[in-house]
Ligand binder design. Structure first.
Ligand code: ATP
Ligand code: MG
Length: 160
């Protein structure tokens, strides 16, 4: 499995990296976990990722709503922020299984708040502070995630 660290010196750079990853994902079911402290750049990454998938409008943080849905041409994308969640039971109450339905693309900030109840992701992205800048660490968890990271690493998307 691949582990790929990248440096990001600005929010714009994090968004650009996320666009590049999205272009390797195509319209397929996928789960991406985003880890990192408050303000590390998880929502910034998701904003770039959604734009990379073709979403043209705003991307607001799901801090209060827990989930923000996006209906793209041939894919439903759900962007979660589980910061306020205390257990997987709380997620079952809001119908989490309807979102993780094997046909959608789920971006999950603060997945650890679900106390291990979520299914495994395909890719995890960890964002770490390096002074004012950030380190982004991409890790593949599934075979599907592995092939996406291989595409991402080879920069094949740049020619698309
Ligand atoms: N290299 C960088 N990558 C991403 N964001 C950066 C970077 N440098 C500075 N920033 C700034 O850090 C902030 C990141 O905020 P963002 O909402 O994306 O964080 P978050 O990880 O989603 O936080 P939360 O845990 O509260 O949801 C933004 O204000 C952004 O402009
Ligand atoms: Mg956020």
């Amino acid at each position: 499995m691949t582990r790929l660290p990248l440096h990001s010196d600005s929010a714009a750079s994090t968004e650009a990296v996320a666009v590049r990853l999205a272009r390797c994902c195509e319209a397929q079911a996928l789960i991406i976990h985003l880890m990192g402290e408050l303000g590390a750049g998880k929502t910034t990454f998701c904003r770039g990722f959604l734009h990379g998938l073709g979403h043209e409008g705003h991307v607001k943080s799901p801090t209060y709503t827990v989930v923000e849905p996006y209906q793209l041409a041939d894919l439903n994308v759900y962007h979660f922020d589980l910061y306020r969640i205390n257990s997987y039971d709380e997620l079952e109450e809001i119908g989490i299984r309807d979102y993780f339905n094997g046909q959608s693309l789920c971006l999950v900030e603060w997945p650890e708040r679900a106390q291990g109840g979520l299914e495994k992701p395909d890719i995890s992205v960890t964002l770490e502070y390096v002074h004012d800048e950030r380190k982004l660490i991409f890790e593949s968890v599934s075979a599907k995630g592995e092939s996406i990271l291989r595409c991402f690493n080879q920069g094949r998307s740049l020619t698309k």
